[in-house]
Design a protein around this ligand. Structure first.
Ligand code: SF4
Ligand code: SF4
Length: 605
């Protein structure tokens, strides 16, 4: 063993490696991304690690490995689980031979997601056991225990950290490589009665799952990470206690440092719920406050236990309005809730006055080629009835003023299908769907096939910046690189589109403004499904040396460059445009649109 200062996601990765993981797959998504990146960096060469094209593909690849007796890890963020839901629900019925841990990182807040969904609830829905770590160290240990449980009970299991565990740092004890588990693998053994899902098998499996989860509820009552942190519990005339989980449990303990007479039920496996342990905790208590994030999972479980065992304990939490129903908990919010629960007030701690942070609305980077793409489409379609369906990625930021080029955004790949729906109802509207290169592979191809097959009339715009930019520049099939940096044959988006059947597919550099506008006009006027690939690398990865400059004597102060682009490098100074050299990447877009040619000096990527 040795000590390392690790981020939660790195700890999960090292925990998986210590458990002898043979295959790791996933799709990038904050806050889960660093898990696979760490396995790629620190895993032995015989550990297969991949960025899959989406979460469904990753889960299916991992299932194949687990069918072969290997230990498999899948990683995703909470919305990614929706994509993987279809194979997951069936896989729970089929089961696994090798251990399979599905890490789903939840995002209370949400800090970087479109939903606040709770994977603990998904665990109950899918009947998949859930492990809910509360510290970085626990996440490291728990992923190893989760593999052992998965293998013993032949079921995939969830490990469900939240952002504050994924991105927290802690110095923890980790195993040396020589201590990693090494398992013999039997390989895939043909048995259609086991691996092929049929209704007869499903009925049998369903009964077995229910029995197993009832057993696991008992087993988890003795699992040492589920525990009652004892205290006298007496508060005035009432005996009170607190039930909590994950990082909220740590916030609770922080607040109870001086008042640790309260017993705390710490739940590490919210599903199957450790019922016997809960009964032990509830007996003799008059009131319990459930402190949790996202859904009232523990609160509902305790209410059920009280009903089932005729316990008179009053259960408080989100359902009674004692805990906020949305958003992240904090040490302060938990402290306030505990004070209210105990009917006490504590002296206000005078926080040092901190100046308010400047408001920084999300904006496309200076020189981002997506700005140029949006501008080209906007200019080409001026005066026509249009809808611009956006998608998940940097280009969602095209919704901000002054571009205003994102009319809809639902989930990965949805924009292409939404554009079709609008067209079928309103053929007069010129329908555009914007999708990034990584999203095209993740969820865009099927929508394009649907559009082509069902004879929509729409323009697909692929914003190809040759990376998965928003989550930290991961490679994808179009980049010709794997997660470990191996060079592989790149998949051509243009060839994929032509193979689907699209006859009009044009590729253009969006920073070539005049050409880009002409391309949009030409392509959009074609009938049926057609595509434009705007290809220019992400500026964060490829910064040009030359910057653009405003020649003050030529500038007439019309502000066209500032008002139409929204580039953060462009500001007004003494009535004239001025370019902040520290931000400008010299993309030349403002040079193309200045009516008097007052800007020069940049260099197109
Ligand atoms: S060249 Fe113009 S548009 Fe491009 S980054 Fe510089 S200021 Fe912004
Ligand atoms: S568009 Fe040209 S003339 Fe108008 S403010 Fe910008 S630099 Fe000056």
């Amino acid at each position: 063993m040795h000590s390392e200062f690790l981020m939660g996601n790195e700890a999960i990765a090292l925990g998986a490696l210590a458990a002898g993981v043979n295959l790791a797959a996933g799709y990038p998504g904050t806050p889960s991304t660093e898990i696979l990146e760490t396995i790629a960096k620190r895993g032995a060469a015989d550990v297969h690690v991949e960025w899959s094209i989406n979460e469904k593909a990753g889960l299916e690849v991992a299932a194949g490995a687990a069918y072969s007796g290997a230990r498999a890890l899948v990683t995703m963020k909470q919305v990614g689980l929706n994509v993987a839901a279809d194979p997951l629900m069936s896989l729970e019925y089929i089961g696994v031979k090798g251990g399979m841990v599905i890490v789903v990182a939840d995002d209370p807040g949400p800090i970087s997601s479109q939903t606040e969904q709770d994977t603990r609830t998904f665990g109950m829905f899918s009947k998949v056991p859930v492990f809910d770590p509360s510290t970085v160290a626990e996440a490291y240990e728990m992923v190893q225990e989760a593999f052992a449980f998965s293998e013993k009970y032949h079921t995939p299991v969830f490990l469900r950290p939240t952002t504050r565990i994924d991105h927290a740092y802690e110095a923890i004890e980790v195993k040396d490589e020589a201590e990693y588990e090494q398992k013999e693998r039997e390989g895939f053994v043909k048995d259609a009665s086991k691996w092929v899902i049929f209704p007869k098998l499903s009925v049998r499996s369903h009964a077995a799952i229910e029995a197993r989860n009832a057993e696991l509820s008992k087993v988890f009552s003795d699992y040492p990470r589920n525990k009652i942190l004892s205290g006298a519990g007496q508060q005035g005339s009432l005996r009170k206690g607190i039930a909590s989980h994950g990082v909220s449990s740590m916030y609770t303990r922080d607040n109870l440092a001086q008042d640790n007479h309260l017993p705390v039920l710490h739940i590490a496996t919210p599903f199957p719920f450790p019922e016997e342990l809960a009964v032990k905790f509830l007996e003799g208590l008059d009131e319990v406050l459930c402190i949790e994030e996202l859904d009232p999972v523990i609160e509902r479980a305790l209410l059920m236990v009280c009903g089932k065992y005729h316990l008179p304990t009053i259960i408080r939490g989100k359902l009674t309005g004692d805990i906020q129903t949305v958003g992240e908990n904090t040490v302060e919010s938990v402290g306030k809730a505990i004070d209210a629960f105990l009917g006490q007030s504590r002296p206000e701690e005078k926080a040092e006055a901190v100046p308010p942070l400047p408001v920084r609305p999300p904006v496309l980077c200076a020189g981002c080629p997506h700005r140029a793409s949006f501008l080209a489409v906007k200019e080409a379609m001026r005066g026509q009835k249009t809808i611009y369906c956006g998608d998940i990625g940097c280009y969602t930021l095209g919704n901000a003023a002054p571009l205003d080029m994102c009319d809809t955004c639902l989930c990965m790949g949805a924009g292409i299908n939404i554009a079709q729906g609008v067209y079928h109802m309103d053929p007069q509207t010129k329908c555009f769907a914007f999708v990034g290169d990584s999203t095209f592979f993740a969820a865009g191809i099927t929508g394009t096939v649907n559009a082509f097959y069902n004879q929509a009339d729409m323009t697909l715009v692929v914003l190809d910046n040759s990376t998965t930019a928003m989550t930290g520049h991961q490679p994808h099939p179009g980049t010709g690189k794997t997660i470990r940096g191996e060079v592989v044959e790149a998949v051509s988006i243009e060839k994929v589109l032509r193979a689907i059947g699209l006859s009009v597919v044009e590729t253009v550099n969006p920073l070539d403004h005049a050409e880009a506008v002409a391309t949009v006009k030409r392509v959009a006027s074609e009938p049926g499904v057609k595509a434009i690939i705007f290809k220019s690398p992400c500026v964060v990865l490829a910064k040009p040396a030359a910057r653009s400059k405003v020649e003050a004597e030529k500038c007439i102060g019309c502000q066209k460059c500032i008002r139409s682009l929204g580039c953060p490098a462009l500001v007004l100074q003494e009535g004239k445009a001025f370019i902040d050299e520290t931000l400008c990447t010299g993309c030349t877009l403002c040079e193309s649109i200045c009516p008097v040619g007052a800007i020069a000096g940049g260099e197109k990527l």
